[in-house]
Ligand binder design. Sequence first.
Ligand code: ATP
Length: 323
Amino acid sequence: IKKIGVLTSGGDAPGMNAAVAGVIRAANAKGIEVYGIRDGYKGLINGWFEKVDIDFAQEILTRGGTRLGSARLPEFKEESVRQIGVDNLKKAGIEALVVCGGDGSYMGAQRLTEMGINCVGLPGTIDNDIVSSDYTIGFDTALNTIIEAIDRIRDTMQSHNRAAVVEVMGNHCGDLALYAGTTTGCEVISTSESKLTEEEICEQVKVLAKKGKRSVIVLVTENLYDSNALAKKVEEKSGYVTRATILGHTQRGGIPTGMDRYLAVTSAIYAVDQLAAGKGGVYVGLDGNKLVARDINSTLNMPRKDKSQELSTIRLLNSQFKK
Ligand code: ATP
């Protein structure tokens, strides 16, 4: 194998650049040329390829976002559209691809593999929602960003005897809320896997108000409630002045942490090994602190991660303030 491509796809995540840098370093060490593909699958069908070298790797390694760019291209689900990408790759002599992104991006990678271009996926998303990978590239950075934001919000809530509803990302995975809530002492945590009703949340905050608690933070995963409306209800029921803070895109950017950089670079090295061994249709994940490559197809029907320990943590944290 002489030439490979690398692209980032889906939502950006801190550490995607480190993953691309890792691909370049690993490939160059094996005498393989690397082509960066701009804007994910969109660049694939438009032929937006550029040769990337060790200096490019050094320049991007520590930066947030994705220097190659990312985009969503729903049309990529159509075989005729993917064929344009396959033809472009063949014309450029690119034999295989590393795709850094989420579940959807893996599906594209699987389809391309079926069409003759071996692809390996890297878990690039802040949501930590890749089935059977313990952690994803970007999760640790986003978690630390959220922790910093909640610590700041706590200062104001404590100063003014208030409550806050804080909404974080995670798509349908509650890990960002669980980890952030546990490490900042949020009084109420509601995630996709352990969802409280609005009434339960209000009741819990009311109990805390009665006990004279100086500040309260209710931490929720996105897509569960209208957080502004929830804050109003909490205020009505508890008497605390309550505002919602939706952290939004502040969670996605920023300089990747050491853990994210390490996971990105080591996963990338592992991915290049897979391609060099002629494998495709797999994605790299962490399993008990070891890198593994799993068939993309085999994980389609896999159950979500076992969350029983996490759920009991949330139940305990939520119950300790009850009457
Ligand atoms: P995130 O977790 O940030 O949402 P993702 O990779 O899951 O990342 P998606 O928008 O689901 O994000 O997918 C990214 C791109 O992958 C899509 O825009 C599309 O180009 C491609 N893709 C998604 N599903 C398929 C599919 N079934 N077949 C082919 N390509 C797909």
